[in-house]
Design a protein around this ligand. Sequence first.
Ligand SMILES: NC(=O)c1ccc[n+]([C@@H]2O[C@H](COP(=O)([O-])OP(=O)(O)OC[C@H]3O[C@@H](n4cnc5c(N)ncnc54)[C@H](O)[C@@H]3O)[C@@H](O)[C@H]2O)c1
Length: 453
Amino acid sequence: MSTARAPPTVGIIGMGYVGMATAAAFAHYGLHVIGFDVDAARREALRKGTAPIYEEGLAPLIRRAIRSRRLLLADSLEDLVARSPVVFLCIQTPSTGDGSIDLSFLAQAALDVGTAIHRLGKWRLVVVKSTVVPGTAGGMVTEVIQKSGSLRPGVDFSVASNPEFLAEGTMVRDALRPARIVIGVPDARSERSLRGLYQKFPAPLVTLPVAAAELVKYASNAMLALRVSYSNEMARIAQRAGVDIDPVLAAVGSDPRIGPLFLRAGPGYGGSCFTKDVRALASWGRDHGVETPILTATLDGNELQAHHVVDLTEEALEGLSGKRIALLGLSFKPGTSDTRDSRAYPILDGLLRRGASVVLFDPHAMESFRKGLTEGSIRAAGSHLSFAASLNEALRGADAAIVQSDWEEFRTLPARKWRDLRQRTVIDTRRTLPRDAMARAGVRWVGLGVGKE
Ligand SMILES: NC(=O)c1ccc[n+]([C@@H]2O[C@H](COP(=O)([O-])OP(=O)(O)OC[C@H]3O[C@@H](n4cnc5c(N)ncnc54)[C@H](O)[C@@H]3O)[C@@H](O)[C@H]2O)c1
């Protein structure tokens, strides 16, 4: 790495989804950014200007940042800390088996940062961008850094919170133009630093105490997940009542007290965040003597919805045993290759359990979905599970298709093409396929949340 250039201002530790988007956004607004990830292959891919994941608009942004040398990759975390007065931690915080938050990756990164600050002997602002339960930045992260080199909080280092609200699929847009930026700061110096970094971002900046900023993230995700589970429950009622859920929810959302966003029925929410964050908050509540029945109902409702998709398919085909189903769209939503907690997993599981064989297809997420399956489950499924190389291949020979994640390729497929399905039946969990054209082509369209009158 050249040392002749102006020193980068912002350090990003953990170049996953959030780290990459954050780094690319800071570089876009003219800051110098230096990134580091423990994954050497990831560092190498980024250094070459390629984005190691598929996310709309990310690759060109990364390429531009690398070419302009506004984004550099460090070979060590210590090098990054030496060059960056402000260091963001964008480390994964997964669920443990019991639903509580696993802070071990973050703790390791905090330890490495503390050691680097100790060696450097200069004040550093450490910003926790990872989603963490209230009290983590001011508690565990501060303590680990403090202990790693007899460092004094507020003197040798400060720890702030800056939760991330971007959504995969619209990650780049969200990172460049966030609805709001929330910072939780322990002192005036940290606030000045963070305000300075976000100066050019076209977004209101909300300043809160550190633990309050941490809670904003969980409270937001819990509300969004709740709205999805609520919409799905209403969809199950609509289906039985013989009405179409979409105009119902549109009318509900037109009440300004409610608003239209996230009132949409589907196969359930997925992705890396909603389930893990709602579970982590519920678990935190349990540990601190707070009852959280709304969080529990949100989670239960989501699990139920995947079963509902399987039920709907079974009902449409009058049984699943011996049927071949094309499960289309494996990422948790279109526009991303991320398959973490995708509803395609429980739907696949339900179909196999009820004796169907399943052929899988996704335009961007085949490999990542396959990685999410255990070798044991692939072996157990045997010839009941196959992976198609194209949409046409998936449709040919299948009895029916389930559209789980509605990629444009599925929405714009000429209606007659669905006739390749032996029983000409499509379960549209998002209700975005051209139902009238399909009916005219003699294809049976079954919409989730659309009851027969
Ligand atoms: N993905 C999202 O849509 C999203 C949105 C908002 C918030 N978040 C939160 O942001 C955090 C990061 O999520 P993500 O999806 O980017 O995770 P991710 O798994 O994609 O990325 C984490 C990265 O950190 C790296 N890493 C782990 N330990 C490290 C260490 N000690 N030093 C350097 N690198 C290290 C990993 O190799 C990985 O590349 C999580 O807390 C998540 O809940 C995620």
